[in-house]
Design a protein around this ligand. Structure first.
Ligand code: SAM
Length: 278
């Protein structure tokens, strides 16, 4: 498709850290469109100027998306070309843009992806976890009760789980993950990808949760958490956990027995406790 294509919505990925992680095609398109719809114009302007892009910007964020979408679709219908970008990475991936793309497609406007960086995919590519099947869950709920129930719904999933998390919640999220998914479940924390302090740590959930809790540096910057899907060894662990739990349960409360059985066998404390109470 030529750059002169009018009435076209280009959905353009921008870097997630390293300034050069933007394609030559993306730069060309951003230079040639009539207008760039950006999540935060003040944030994007410096990145665009680094690549000699001085195309006019309009703001499109979650608070004005409904109103601005209609105006952008009108411009597209009049033959203008518009690019959509977000603060970082691929628009629509835990970022605004879904309503614009849907409205544009409904209006018969051609929407063209210009692919590039995405933190979830970048993290998966270096995590060393199975990548043939995975599920992207975006951000977990900020409150622990809602977060735990979302994790419970995912506990039996065989696919690798990918989450975005803010740095100030990463420690508590990992603690909930350990509790709900089990101490031994393989996990990877991918932080500050493509940036100066990039770190990728892979450990069983209990070790990773403890390390992050103890080290404030691991609670800084941007991060992706990846968790291996439930493996067959988890079923074996649960069976062993249940055996130990049944013995301890004769002397202890369900909560104490589940805690000890989980520590001894690596089975999920929650799974043991719930099987007893349910
Ligand atoms: N659209 C973006 C993408 O394609 O990845 C994601 C936007 S979402 C609002 C921001 C979240 O993505 C961050 O809170 C973090 O979880 C993750 N993220 C973005 N950049 C990252 C980076 N350089 N390293 C690790 N995680 C990152």
């Amino acid at each position: 498709m030529s750059l002169e294509q009018t009435g076209c919505l280009w959905v353009v990925a921008t870097p997630i850290g390293h300034r050069d992680d933007i394609s030559a095609r993306a730069i060309e398109i951003l230079r040639h469109v009539t207008v760039i719809a950006a999540e935060d114009t003040r944030h994007s302007r410096p990145m665009l100027l680094q690549h000699n892009i001085d195309t006019p910007l309009i703001a499109l964020h979650e608070h004005n998306e409904r109103e601005v979408v209609a105006a952008i679709v009108r411009r597209l219908e009049q033959g203008e070309s518009v690019a959509l970008i977000s603060d970082a990475g691929t628009p629509l991936i835990s970022d605004p843009g879904f309503r614009l793309v849907r409205a544009a497609r409904e209006a018969g406007i051609r929407c063209v992806p210009v692919p590039g960086a995405c933190a979830a995919i970048a993290a998966l590519s270096v995590a060393g976890l199975p990548s043939d099947r995975f599920v992207f869950e975006g951000f977990l709920p900020p409150k622990s009760a809602a977060r735990r129930s979302r994790l419970e719904a995912l506990a039996g999933d065989l696919r690798t789980l990918i989450f975005y998390e803010s740095s100030h919640r990463v420690a508590e999220s990992l603690a909930d993950m350990q509790d709900v998914l089990g101490a031994e479940r393989e996990a990877v924390l991918a932080r500050e990808l493509t940036k100066l302090f990039e770190t990728v740590i892979g450990e069983p959930l209990a070790r990773l949760a403890a390390r992050v809790k103890e080290d404030p540096n691991q609670q800084r910057g941007e991060c992706v958490i990846l968790i291996a899907g439930r493996g067959e060894e988890a079923d074996e662990k649960l069976a062993e956990g249940q055996r130990v739990f049944a013995i301890l349960r004769e002397e202890l409360s369900p909560a104490k027995a589940a805690k000890l059985a989980a520590a001894i066998t690596g089975a999920s404390r929650k799974a043991l406790y719930e099987r007893d109470s349910g």
